[in-house]
Ligand binder design. Structure first.
Ligand SMILES: [Zn+2]
Length: 271
């Protein structure tokens, strides 16, 4: 028993050393109070989270800072955290932006090119109808010093698209966004977090510098710039869970849980 405990502690320590400089990338969607939507975080909870980050010396960073850190070993501020918003909902502009400004924080929003300023009809999951940020709001978002990067043209499952569609969704969308907002678009966000090697090849061909996924779908041991792990922040997020999620301990638990699952799958194979 003692030896087993010692082994677990050793593994935990090795993982701690491995992940102690890990940068948490948080994934938000809507900032709204809709109990039936697990991706809609009430404004009060979001404010509480920003208050925690602010009072505990966390510093929000941009995708560019993260890229320069990975590639050029650029120094990041103490306790860096990257805040990302998927789909570009209007409540990000109306509710999240004032709070981000209040705490002097930055974030990146990933709008869907063909759904800019339109109702969220791409979501066929019985979601409450809302609208996305229009062009003026996107420009204002940039004007406030926050970032915008592409989330494809139509929000498809990229792993189900043929090459022609992938070119449209990944390459053409980058050019269109750059023209629309007159700024470089270097960081793609995969719809639903799904990608495969063909998708990554096209992302690289389009000269994106990095791409964002979800931690469940990516390897954690080695950083893959085209499959960055993000941590979902759901509507029911408890504060103690949030605190854990922005600490380096969270990624250790995630890694251990993944290996446990892989070990169980392997065990079942040989049963
Ligand atoms: Zn999305």
């Amino acid at each position: 028993m003692f030896i087993l405990l010692l082994i677990i502690l050793c593994i935990f320590f090795i993982l701690y050393l491995k992940f102690k400089n890990y940068v948490p990338i948080l994934m938000y969607h809507r900032i709204a109070d809709i109990p039936s939507d697990r991706n809609a975080l009430p404004k009060e909870k979001f404010a509480e989270q920003l208050e925690y980050l602010s009072t505990h010396n966390y510093h929000t960073i941009t995708p560019e800072q993260l890229y320069n850190h990975f590639i050029n070993k650029a120094k990041l501020p103490k306790n860096p955290v990257l805040l990302t918003f998927d789909d570009g909902y209007q409540d990000n502009y109306l509710e999240a932006l004032p709070l981000l400004k209040k705490y002097n924080m930055t974030a990146v929003v990933f709008p869907i090119y063909n759904w800019i300023g339109k109702p969220n009809k791409w979501e066929n999951f019985g979601k409450q109808e809302t609208t996305t940020m229009n062009l003026a709001e996107l420009k204002s978002w940039l004007h406030h010093g926050l970032d915008i990067q592409p989330h494809t043209a139509d929000h498809p499952f990229l792993t189900q698209c043929n090459e022609e569609k992938l070119n449209l969704e990944i390459i053409d969308t980058k050019t269109k966004f750059e023209k629309l907002l007159d700024k470089p678009m270097d960081y793609l966000c995969y719809p639903y977090g799904f990608f495969n090697q063909q998708v990554i090849n096209i992302v690289k061909k389009a000269n994106y510098k990095m791409a964002f996924a979800i931690f469940e779908n990516v390897p954690l041991w080695h950083i893959n710039l085209f499959a960055l792990p993000r941590i979902p922040i759901p509507s029911h997020q408890k504060m103690w869970e949030f605190k854990l999620k922005v600490s380096s301990i969270h990624i250790i638990f995630v890694a251990m849980r993944k290996w446990e699952r892989q070990f169980k799958q392997l065990k079942n194979k040989f049963k």
